[in-house]
Design a protein around this ligand. Structure first.
Ligand SMILES: [Ca+2]
Length: 217
């Protein structure tokens, strides 16, 4: 049987800020079947034709090793999304974040790699960076990665201006013909602010602990 002390501790842990900070992104692991012109469940295409790929299937085409540089399995694992850019042709995908708190700062983090694409006379072998957009407006970008750059963790922060905002990704430099990889996308409150209900729970937890100590004494 759980003692009062155990219950109090459980409540305290469940309500602590560290436990309250959850990933607001749905399917941030970008898990889905290899698809040319498709994005995984939970995501939408906003421009162009992004692909679902992995180290053995480039541009979302099964068995196609049309890479400009040897790819490595992402830190996140499984499939990821490939994004191309070529002048006015851009590829952008994303999803609407919900449950944001206005005025709260959030950190967007992701893994980026540049393994390119080459097949016959078609080549996407340039350097580029992953740009992050909020409601269609760029809020920043990761570092430029040259062809052959393996997975790198990148992040930036934003302050929510509405409870629901559209997060999307595209390549930052349209003129630099490139095809980059993105995986492991997450959005967390930068400094977790417990909600009012959480403070009540934490208070109850502390009361429980105090009660236990008094009984012991
Ligand atoms: Ca993945």
């Amino acid at each position: 049987m759980m003692s009062l002390r155990h219950i109090a501790l459980a409540v305290l842990m469940a309500s602590s800020p560290a436990f309250a900070a959850q990933n607001l992104v749905v399917n941030g692991s970008l898990t889905g079947p290899i698809t040319n012109n498709g994005v995984p469940t939970g995501w939408s295409i906003f421009e162009g034709t992004p692909d679902i790929m992995d180290a053995a299937n480039n541009v979302g085409m099964t068995g196609q090793l049309r890479f400009g540089a040897t790819p490595t399995v992402s830190t996140d694992g499984g499939t990821w999304v490939g994004l191309g850019a070529y002048g006015s042709y851009m590829e952008r995908f994303g999803q609407t974040l919900t449950g944001l708190q206005v005025g709260q700062q959030y950190t967007v983090s992701w893994e980026a790699g540049n393994f390119g694409y080459t097949y016959g006379s078609i080549s996407y072998l340039g350097s580029n960076a992953i740009s992050v957009l909020l409601d269609g407006t760029a809020i920043g970008a990761g570092d430029q990665l040259a062809l052959g750059s393996s997975w790198a963790n990148q992040s930036l922060t934003f302050t929510a201006t509405a409870g629901s905002q559209q997060l999307s990704f595209m390549l930052a430099a349209p003129a630099q013909k490139a095809y980059m990889s993105i995986d492991g996308i997450a959005v967390h409150a930068t400094t977790a602010v417990p909600e009012p209900g959480t403070w009540v729970l934490m208070g109850l937890g502390l009361c429980g602990l105090m009660l236990v100590s008094r009984r012991r004494a």
